[in-house]
Design a protein around this ligand. Structure first.
Ligand SMILES: Nc1ncnc2c1ncn2[C@@H]1O[C@H](COP(=O)(O)OP(=O)(O)OP(=O)(O)O)[C@@H](O)[C@H]1O
Ligand SMILES: [Mg+2]
Length: 381
């Protein structure tokens, strides 16, 4: 019994010593540059370089020390925090409550959400009591990015399911009608619609595969010294009959503009931009394409006089599945993937794309590409 008690006291003393050393180490991170690091210095170095935030709280509930990562995670800036209560420097009642519980002997672990000047942050925080009333330890990691990715993945799956479910339910309905009827007229009406819906789904799945390839860096460009003006010229020619049918004038102003590009992918960019422009421009309007060399490389501008894009939607049009308002278009078949694919292709070329619009007065999409020599260095594809 006595032996067990002595062992316990020795263990407690050893733990107290180690934690005391840890706290001192966090507080006074001094390492001589040339001397070989002593064990204490190594420990200090470790605390300074790990990406996990560590805050030690004294038994009176005030902060004793913070490591660099904690300073960054809680956005403490350069102000001194030692000797202040945690609630004074980190505005979270939840964290304050958990620290007080840890000081009273109850550990906890979980996420807290923190509103900071740079935005909302999601932190994973553990609060650990240090031998009873002696203080507490706060260990924090920033999971904001992880949470955003989780949200993006959830949104993506929801959008894909929605985009596939809608045409599938209408196909199912039409097929059931065709199966139940002898009416040749109804069959003639529904079967072409079924074919159209299936086409749309095939198109959607192809776009998704394309996007997945692009986003995982597997978009292979077959680059060559190509005249962007002639790529654009060919596409404009193929769109002329459709533009005429819609009553929209399509114009091209171009001069020879050589870039290191994949002609097929560049054609895909132009097709998407012109298709969008035509779908959003009422009869009597115009779509103008400009291709020219610039001091930095090359520029392709697609400008239309259509309905434009509302200011609030403008920053989002390159996001996957973003459609401003289905009721605005001539047809409601768009899935909102075109511009995200366009952006991926332009960026794979080492270029950039920008959208500008005055609502009601048309939209302008500007793609810029690096000059011939620099393009290979800019993109790793
Ligand atoms: N020239 C334009 N004028 C007005 N709105 C536009 C224009 N281009 C794009 N938009 C808006 O941006 C949204 C996203 O365009 P995007 O090309 O990504 O998708 P989409 O055309 O709807 O579908 P998809 O291209 O996948 O068939 C469109 O739904 C539309 O609301
Ligand atoms: Mg489109």
């Amino acid at each position: 019994m006595i032996v067990a008690l002595v062992a316990l006291v020795v263990a407690a003393l050893a733990l107290g010593f180690a934690l005391g050393r840890a706290r001192r180490a966090v507080r006074t991170p001094v390492v001589a540059a040339d001397a070989p690091p002593a064990p204490d210095a190594r420990f200090e170095q470790l605390l300074r370089s790990i990406t996990v935030g560590i805050v030690t709280i004294g038994e009176d509930g005030t902060i004793e020390s913070v490591n660099a990562a904690a300073g960054a995670i809680f956005e403490l800036g350069s102000r001194p925090v030692a000797g202040r209560a945690i609630i004074e420097v980190v505005p979270s009642f939840e964290l304050d409550r958990r620290v007080r519980e840890a000081l009273a002997g109850s550990p906890s672990r979980g996420r807290i959400s923190l509103s900071r000047p740079t935005g909302r942050r999601a932190l994973s925080v553990a609060t650990i009591p240090l031998d009873g009333a002696d203080g507490a330890l706060v260990i924090a990691t920033d999971e904001t990015r992880l949470q955003e990715l989780e949200q993006t993945r959830r949104d993506f799956i929801a959008s894909v399911s929605h985009e596939l479910r809608t045409p599938l339910s209408s196909i199912k309905l039409m097929i059931e009608t065709v199966l139940e009827t002898d009416d040749a007229e109804a069959i003639d009406l529904f079967l072409p619609q079924v074919a159209r819906e299936v086409d749309r789904m095939v198109h959607l799945v192809e776009d998704l595969l394309e996007l997945a390839r692009a986003e995982s860096g597997r978009l292979r460009l077959r680059r060559e010294n190509v005249d962007l003006a002639s790529v654009v010229g060919n596409i404009v020619t193929t769109f002329e009959p459709r533009a005429a049918q819609l009553g929209v004038a399509i114009r091209l102003r171009s001069e020879e503009t050589r870039i290191d590009g994949d002609p097929d992918r560049l054609a895909q960019v132009v097709v998407n931009l012109v298709d969008n422009a035509l779908r959003h421009t009422p009869a009597g309007g115009s779509v103008t394409l400009d291709v020219r060399p610039t001091h930095a490389g090359a520029a392709l501008v697609v400008r239309d006089t259509g309905i434009g894009i509302p200011y609030n939607d403008l920053p989002h049009v390159f996001e996957r599945f973003y459609v401003v308002d289905r009721s605005r278009t001539r047809d409601s078949t768009g899935t909102g993937l075109g511009l995200s694919i366009v952006k991926q292709i332009v960026e794979a070329h080492g270029g950039d794309i920008d959208a500008a619009s005055e609502f009601g007065l048309g939209a302008t999409f500007t793609c810029t590409f690096p000059a011939l020599r620099r393009a290979y260095a800019a993109a790793e594809y």
